[in-house]
Design a protein around this ligand. Structure first.
Ligand code: G3P
Length: 217
């Protein structure tokens, strides 16, 4: 499964990229606003840090506006993926941009039938929001299972990009459900390394090794 970082903070992104384990980045208008930077500058720098797909989201709500913004964003760098909302206009724009060879990440997906439409529109990624469904008392992970089954039933190549990830447990379950990718806040990515038995095991080995007085080199 590919792991993306959900952030527009270049300091966070450089730190995560140093792991060598990050395949891409997702941003959204909230994250760009939080960075305090101009969209073009932020996306250009992020694309230079991470060579994989970097999602940059359009904010227009009409088809022509989405097309203009999408084409503009796609010109910033070759690894930009244009992010569009799962609305009727968003899917019309998805079809046009996809036909032009621009990859589209269809976002704000909350149902399996929405995901079906996005795949039919030619989306490169579909972003189902797990945490926001959980917040509503709906099992967000069930949506990932449903989309995986539907895409496999019909051979859709759209990549499932699990979003709104709130825990390492979400990552585990998304991987088991066959999600192609997951996008994580940096804090959740850091948690993936952790297990208390790893920490106590390292401490015990070092204690025993120290008692020998040896050094390996
Ligand atoms: O970027 C889309 C998504 O990952 C946002 O997550 O935590 O704001 O629901 P969240």
């Amino acid at each position: 499964m590919q792991l993306f970082i959900d952030s527009a903070d270049v300091t966070e992104l450089r730190a995560a990229a140093a792991s060598g384990l990050i395949d891409g980045v997702t941003t959204n208008p909230t994250l760009i606003a939080r960075s305090g930077r101009k969209m073009k500058d932020a996306i250009a720098e992020i694309c230079s840090i991470i060579p994989g797909p970097v999602s940059a989201e359009a904010v227009a709500t009409d088809v022509e506006g989405m097309l203009a913004e999408g084409r503009y964003l796609a010109r910033i760098a070759s690894n930009v993926v244009v992010k569009l909302p799962l609305t009727e206009n968003g899917l019309r724009a998805t079809q046009v941009l996809s036909d032009e060879g621009i990859r589209v990440n269809v976002t704000l997906c909350f149902s399996a039938v929405q995901a079906l439409l996005a795949a039919k529109a030619g989306a490169f990624f579909i972003s189902p929001f797990i945490g926001r469904l959980d917040d509503k008392g709906v099992d967000g992970m069930e949506l990932i299972h449903e989309i995986r089954q539907i895409y496999d039933n019909f051979g859709f190549s759209t990549n499932i990009l699990s979003a709104s990830i709130r825990s390492a447990e979400h990552v585990r379950q998304a991987a088991l459900a066959g999600s192609d990718c997951a996008t994580l806040p940096p804090k959740i990515f850091a948690e993936l390394y952790k297990h208390e038995l790893t920490d106590s095991g390292v401490a015990a080995f070092l204690k025993d090794w120290g008692a020998t007085g040896q050094s390996i080199l």
